[in-house]
Structure formats: structure tokens, C-alpha cells
Design a protein around this ligand. Structure first.
Ligand SMILES: [Zn+2]
Length: 422
């Protein structure tokens, strides 16, 4: 076998752009897919057996520097109060040294690769995770977090973020880069409007937590409520703070913010009348705006039903993320898919896999190289063990199962699992 080429067969290949292929075959040359189709009994270099080959998962929202925070049942139904959880995150962050965070990043990159993830949208303080991710097989965007309602805090996080971006010395920030920097104003309740506006001046991709909980809208409308109590308690409230507007979506459409790419974490409490701001091509032609929905984090806090289905029906791109380990039991996008499938079995497997792969790739502007199994794209795959049964709908073999990801390929190289490249 030529060292720069390899061929794979599997019981199923799920190309995403196309129907599942039974007895699938994939040829890879120089790290790129050259052919995908049926095996027709040809002998491959690697017969992976009773598995599915799917595109590498795209984790559209995570914080790889965060460590687990044990769930607490604040309410009778066992769910947790999100504002109380925020207090625990702040305590945890204040007690964590940068070296500990870097160790968490290294561990969480490994866990992500083992879970079949090949691209991430990672949010981190001033590029903390950048070196480790750029040395890893992952592609995607590392967003530097900016936050602070108080002016001095905002100036500090803002200058840290911009200094980090300048230190990268990246001249061409085109989507051809494997890993790109971005900025993440944390959330309207924690981040002054000027920080959002400043973030929009860099022509960089942006991400934010938006309309995650009802308390945010209360704060924007009244400057009061539980979030204000929380901010006062941790010393983060500023009496002079004014929101960009009374609605979370004002943070997407004020001034140049309407021209930026946005990856919106959650978006649960955006009114349906505000969804137009999320539709590709409506507000600005080439702008990409997507929702990153994190099903298990969402369930932990017992928020209202997430509107991902009506959003999808109206043309909003909804991708899947795990969020960080502070709110999520694992960094596996497949676990998120299965959780959502159990909660909403009528959501088609095909759409669900697209949300976990191609939609995330689109939001990160890497859909020309990743997100589906198609000729000329990079050979980024997750290899998932399949149960020994047949199903009329092959997607249920992936979803009605607890069998794990058994291997991961990035750029045609095995990066997790028992196989090694020749
Ligand atoms: Zn988050």
C-alpha cells in the first residue's frame, strides 16, 4: 500500500450529504477523501468491521479548560438553578491556577478525540487553550473570552484577548487556516456593550452565550432580578451599566455586530420574532449565524423546551455542542445526539447527524474541508461500533445504542482507536 493512500471498509458509511451506504468503501489519498461508495467486495487496507464511519463530530460549543462541577438538585424536579450554578463556576474559576486549566485542556482534547470529535468551537480565557489545540489534530476556532460590566474588568479582559490575538501574528485570517482565533463576549448579563462593539471591529468570528435563561431578559429590561443580585454578590455589578437594548438579539444587530459571524450558545429564550437575526443571508449576505444547542446542559437547568425544531423549520442553522464539563457529563457529541434522540425520537436521524457534523462545520466556515464524507474533503471520521442487528432505518443503529466511538481519523491519520497508519 502507498503510504500516502489508504482504503477503508465498514458495515455502514454515513456521508451526511447522501444516504447511508451499506458495505461502504472510502479511499483516502494525501489525507483527502478520493472516493466514497460501496465496497463491491474489494479488499481494503482496513476492514473496520461492524462499525459506522461518520464525519468527525463538530463540537460547536465547549470550554475545554473547565472541569466537572457536581450537579445539585436545587428544585423539586431534580434540576439545578442556573444562577446558583454560575456562583459555583465563579468560585471554581477563582480557585483554579492557569497550569491546572492547561492540564484540563490537554485531558479534554484527548477525551474529545476519543469521542470522535475532529473540530471544535472552544471558548477560553485569552487563548489559554490555543497552543494545545493547535498542536492537536483538532481544527476549528478558539475564541478568547471577554467579559466585565465594570470598566476596569472589561478593559483587562479586552486587552488580554487582543494582545493574545496580536501575539499570534496571523496575517491571513482566512478560513483556510486549520485553527482560527475568534472573540467571545461572554453574555449580555456579564459583558458591557462596548466589549461587544469592540469585538465586532476585528473581522473575527464571534461567539456568545445568549438568551440562555429567563433572568437575562429580566436584567436587560429592568436592570434587576436574580442576575443583578448575583453580580452584586460577586462584586461584578456596575451602577452605570446600560444594556445595548432590552432584548438579547440587540447584541447581534447593533452597529457592526450585524455584519459578524456568530456562534450563539443556547438562544433558548430568544423570541420567535427575533429569529430573523439568525437566518443566514437575511441580514447580511455572507454572514454566518448559528445556534449551538447543548442538550444535556440544557436539561440540567430545567429551562423551557429548547426551540431547535421550530428554529430549524424556519431555516435557522442549529448545531450541537457539549458545553464544558462544568455543566456536561462528557465531551461526546454522540452522547448529546443520543440524549436528544431519546428525548425527541421523531427528530430524523439524518437531520440529527447533520446538526452534529455539517451544520457545525458550516458555522465554523470549515464546511469546504469537513462536516461530511465527500470527495476532496479532508478524511476526518468518527468510527462508531454498531449493534449486531438490522434496522430498516440505519440511523437507529447509531442512535438506539450505547456502543462507543472506537476510533477517530483526522486528515487521513488514525488519532484514536486500535488502528495505526501504515
Ligand atoms: Zn458555554
Amino acid at each position: 500500500m502507498r503510504s500516502d493512500s489508504l482504503t477503508l471498509t465498514a458495515r455502514y458509511v454515513f456521508p451526511v450529504e447522501g444516504e447511508p451506504i451499506r458495505n461502504g468503501w472510502i479511499s483516502v489519498i494525501d489525507g483527502a477523501i478520493s472516493r466514497v461508495g460501496r465496497s463491491y467486495g474489494l479488499r481494503p487496507d482496513f476492514d473496520l468491521g461492524n462499525v459506522a464511519i461518520v464525519p468527525g463530530f463538530v463540537n460547536a460549543h465547549t470550554h475545554l479548560d473547565l472541569t466537572p462541577i457536581a450537579p445539585q438538585a436545587d428544585r423539586e424536579d431534580g434540576t439545578e438553578d442556573e444562577v446558583r450554578w454560575l456562583r459555583r463556576v465563579v468560585e471554581c474559576r477563582r480557585a483554579t491556577m492557569p497550569d491546572e486549566s492547561r492540564q484540563a485542556v490537554a485531558k479534554n482534547i484527548r477525551a474529545s478525540l476519543d469521542a470522535g470529535t475532529t473540530a471544535v468551537a472552544d471558548i477560553t480565557p485569552a487563548g489559554l487553550s490555543w497552543n494545545a489545540i493547535s498542536d492537536s489534530p483538532l481544527r476549528g476556532i478558539v475564541y478568547a473570552e471577554v467579559l466585565g460590566l465594570k470598566r476596569m474588568r472589561g478593559i483587562q479582559t479586552n486587552s488580554d484577548a487582543w494582545e493574545w490575538i496580536a501575539s499570534l501574528g496571523i496575517e491571513d485570517d482566512g478560513p483556510t487556516r486549520r485553527l482560527r482565533p475568534g472573540l467571545s463576549p461572554h453574555a449580555p448579563y456579564s459583558t458591557a456593550g462596548w466589549l461587544y462593539r469592540r469585538a465586532s471591529t476585528g473581522k473575527m468570528p464571534l461567539s456568545t452565550h445568549l438568551a440562555e435563561m429567563p433572568e437575562e431578559r429580566v436584567l436587560l429590561e429592568t436592570r434587576g432580578g436574580p442576575l443583578r443580585d448575583f453580580l452584586e454578590e460577586i462584586g461584578a455589578w456596575d451602577d452605570d451599566w446600560k444594556p445595548l437594548g432590552p432584548s438579547p438579539s440587540d447584541y447581534l444587530r447593533s452597529g457592526d455586530l450585524r455584519k459578524c459571524d456568530w456562534l450563539i450558545a443556547h438562544g433558548t429564550y430568544l423570541h420567535s420574532a427575533e429569529w430573523w437575526a439568525l437566518r443566514p443571508g437575511l441580514s447580511e449576505r455572507d454572514r454566518r449565524v448559528a445556534i449551538a444547542f447543548c442538550p444535556r446542559t440544557h436539561a440540567r437547568f430545567g429551562q423551557r423546551k429548547h426551540p431547535y425544531r421550530p428554529m430549524l423549520a424556519r431555516g435557522v442553522i442549529v448545531c450541537l455542542g457539549t458545553d464544558g464539563l462544568a455543566s456536561s457529563p462528557s465531551l461526546s457529541v454522540l452522547d448529546e445526539m443520543r440524549f436528544l434522540h431519546r428525548a425527541d425520537p421523531s427528530l430524523s436521524g439524518s437531520l440529527l447527524l447533520t446538526m452534529a457534523t455539517l451544520f457545525g462545520a458550516w458555522a465554523l466556515r470549515i464546511d469546504d474541508v469537513a462536516g461530511s464524507i465527500a470527495p476532496r474533503k479532508r478524511a476526518d471520521f468518527a468510527i462508531v461500533a454498531l449493534p449486531d442487528r438490522d434496522e430498516a432505518d440505519p440511523y437507529t443503529l447509531l442512535l438506539d445504542s450505547d456502543l462507543p466511538v472506537v476510533g477517530t481519523m483526522s486528515d487521513g491519520q488514525f488519532v484514536a482507536g486500535p488502528w495505526t497508519n501504515p
